[in-house]
Ligand binder design. Structure first.
Ligand code: DAT
Ligand code: MG
Length: 168
């Protein structure tokens, strides 16, 4: 992630917190259920900064690249069929430690094991319909952002309320 063209301003800060990006997908179940606003709202209220956003139809090729690590798993076919079944919203969020913050906000992979208060714990029932994807590491995030966004589609801008969200 360091040295990436999408990280022009800040790197390691005092307290060793790293500004990270996370790719979030609001999967077809979220779009079909009308939960796009609710899910974006939860991530916004957490304090994450939105730096990329699009609605797209994921095709077989993109699904295969995004979920390549799972190609040998029994659930792979169902996963690809699901993610390509209807439009998806792709988002890029930025914050200190964005990877873990997003995953905390999402909850566990299985909604049935997710605590109340998380997206999956509050809004989901089934592991195959778990509403959201969030990158699992800075390296995955960079790879996934590059799959879904052109470099110029990930924006750099000042957010005037940042001093009220992070002490820096
Ligand atoms: P996460 O989405 O929490 O990062 P993952 O990367 O392990 O989870 O898996 C990707 C997706 O695959 C997950 O969101 C839902 C599906 N999946 C994972 N494990 C599964 C299982 N045991 N049965 C059915 N679907 C599964
Ligand atoms: Mg994952």
């Amino acid at each position: 992630v360091r040295g990436s063209p999408t990280y022009p301003r800040r790197g390691l800060k005092e307290g060793c917190q790293l500004v990270q990006k996370s790719l979030v997908l609001l999967k077809p179940d979220a779009v079909q259920r009308g939960l796009v606003g609710e899910l974006i709202s939860r991530l916004e209220r957490r304090g994450l900064k939105l730096v990329g956003m699009k609605l797209l139809q994921v095709d077989e090729a993109l699904a295969g690249r995004h979920y390549g690590e799972h190609v040998d798993r029994s659930f792979y076919r169902g996963l690809v069929d699901f993610i390509t079944s209807s439009p998806t919203v792709a988002l890029v969020w930025e914050a200190d430690n964005a990877i873990i913050l997003v995953r905390q906000t999402m909850g566990e992979t299985d909604p049935g094991k997710s605590p109340t208060g998380t997206i999956r714990g509050d809004l989901g029932i089934n592991i195959g319909r778990n509403l959201v994807h969030g990158s699992d590491s800075p390296e995955s995030a960079q790879r996934e952002i590059d799959l879904f966004f052109q470099p110029q589609e990930v924006l750099v801008y000042e957010r005037n309320l940042d001093p009220w969200i992070t002490e820096s």
